[in-house]
Design a protein around this ligand. Structure first.
Ligand code: NAD
Length: 269
């Protein structure tokens, strides 16, 4: 799907760091923001998808994209990646802390400590590090917008059996976003958190079901169509439009908000 270019250039002269920018929601947001004038640092694990996005953005506007190979849960690589971004583009105005994995899924007693810690490291520590190393640059500018991707799971929905590590991180991100919003308000840095329902992305590639998973599933009967507003899962571009609104000056009085974007899915389930 093409970006919604319209006539807006809401991000001209601004730089955004987007984690998990090689795929799904991060990719769609990178394309939309770049089409509205932003320079984008694409933070993701080394993979072909990220360089494809980098090339696509640079074809749209030469030099607007920089792919940075980084594991967001690794403190020294994150610190270095933010430093490289600031050197390259001259600062940071927008941070979309979005990278995440479903991780190991299974009965609690069957999950290893390593399974648990890996999901927490990527989803929760990765979010912490995304803010930790970028906040000083936004404070210096006296302005900034941070958006964190949580989920309806762990917030409105608790029926994804076996997802206890994932849902815990997604609930934790909401508390963290609200703490950060209050802490940063006097520096004019806004922090908001979004909770998507099912969105068509590559997230299932990061799901590692435990062989005991079946033993804890309670069968549920859903009415036809789990997203009453749509005919199926949302599109990454739907989420990108919300993120761009929260990143832009159009949301200048909004901070600490948790916005559900799920086509009414969580009202039904
Ligand atoms: P996706 O798998 O398509 O994209 C996620 C990207 O994050 C991938 O490019 C992956 O390489 C990257 N990534 C994963 N671990 C990383 C790490 N340690 N360091 C750097 N990059 C890393 O999935 P998506 O659906 O676009 O997921 C984006 C966010 O949306 C996640 O936080 C996810 O939990 C959340 N979310 C997704 C859905 C959904 O249905 N797709 C619903 C609710 C919330």
């Amino acid at each position: 799907m093409s970006p919604d270019t319209g006539t807006k250039q809401r991000f001209a002269g601004r730089t955004a760091i987007i984690t998990g920018a090689g795929s799904g929601i991060g990719r769609a947001t990178a394309i939309q923001m770049a089409s509205e004038g932003a320079n984008i640092a694409l933070f993701d694990l080394v993979n072909d998808r990220t360089s494809v996005v980098e090339r696509k953005l640079n074809r749209m506007r030469e030099g607007c994209a920089l792919a940075v190979d980084v594991d967001t849960s690794d403190p020294s690589r994150m610190e270095d990646a933010v430093r490289r971004t600031v050197e390259h583009f001259g600062g940071v105005d927008i941070v979309f802390a979005n990278a995440g994995i479903n991780g190991s899924i299974g009965p609690i007693e069957e999950l290893s400590i390593e399974d648990w810690q890996r999901t927490l490291s990527v989803n929760l520590t990765g979010t912490f590090l995304s803010l930790k190393y970028t906040i000083p640059h936004m404070k210096k500018k006296g302005k900034g917008s941070i958006i964190i991707t949580s989920s309806i799971n762990g917030n409105r929905r608790f029926a994804s059996f076996g997802f206890s590590p994932y849902s815990t991180t997604k609930a934790g991100q909401v508390a963290f976003a609200k703490m950060a919003a209050l802490e940063l308000a006097k520096f004019k840095v806004r922090v908001n958190v979004i909770s998507p329902g099912a969105i068509s992305t590559n997230i299932d590639e990061s799901t590692e079901p435990n062989e005991e998973l079946e033993s804890i599933i309670i069968p549920m009967e859903f009415p036809e169509g789990q997203q009453p507003l749509a005919d199926g899962p949302g599109k990454p571009e739907d989420v990108a439009k919300l993120v761009c609104f929260l990143a832009s000056d159009e949301s200048s009085h909004i901070t600490g908000a948790q916005i559900v974007i799920d086509g009414a899915e969580s009202l039904l389930t």
